[in-house]
Design a protein around this ligand. Sequence first.
Ligand code: PAF
Length: 284
Amino acid sequence: MKVVTTAVEARKCINALPSDCTIGFVPTMGYLHQGHLSLVKRAKEECDYVVLSIFVNPIQFGENEDFDRYPRDFKRDVQLAEDAGVDLLFHPSVEEMYPSPLLTTVQVKKVTEKLCGAYRPGHFEGVATVVSKLFHIVTPHRAYFGLKDAQQVAVIEQMVRDLHFPVTIVPCEIVREEDGLAMSSRNVYLNPEERKQATILYRALQEVKTKNFATAQEINQFVREKISTQPLAQIEYVETLAYPSLESIDQIKGERIIVAVAVRFGKTRLIDNILLRNGEVFDA
Ligand code: PAF
């Protein structure tokens, strides 16, 4: 595995590949876990050459968010990436990605307005901007994103369509701990009691499948009540929307829907979701 820190070095490695070599790309903010490694595994199955980026992107964090304390362990990440069979690890500094004040950003409208977009102003502009920069540097044929961030997937898909990026976005299933908690680098923030109570997100979302709800409001109310049984859970949102348009819906009529939640346990903000059509989980 080659490790590079500059865009020029990354492009040099990529330009040296045979013209028929397919490039798979897994963008991450590091502190790798099985969720990231499952994306690498899928990329390896489908592509000839796999690039992983590790960059904690400052412009997607709000002022009072966790940029400074976001977990980082580059040495461990290098080992995990190497063991997973990554070919090129791109680990730029903030100065490398943002050498001068940024005057150009990518703003995706509409799909960024609800869910996390409503609570984290500027977040998706930061994500879309860094992902488009990374796409220009890595020039992937296929890029792999986890569906825990289902809104992020919808935003990137919209951006790729609107701006004609020659890349296929591959949404990948959420990877979970044994008790159902969605894997996230931020799970390390949870203390043992918060960690225990956080499993309610998965349990509440799974229960939605077993009921025959007629409206989005009924689903939201049911999930809210379930999550509220845990005293440490502070709900930010519980929303049921059409997916991937993220438009509001009223009656559930067999369209593809997302039931998405953001909940704080102490200082840790967790998100999770389930994608359903006619009560069955569907592939995004
Ligand atoms: O999902 C993430 O880890 C980040 O939002 C991404 C896509 C790497 C952009 O910084």
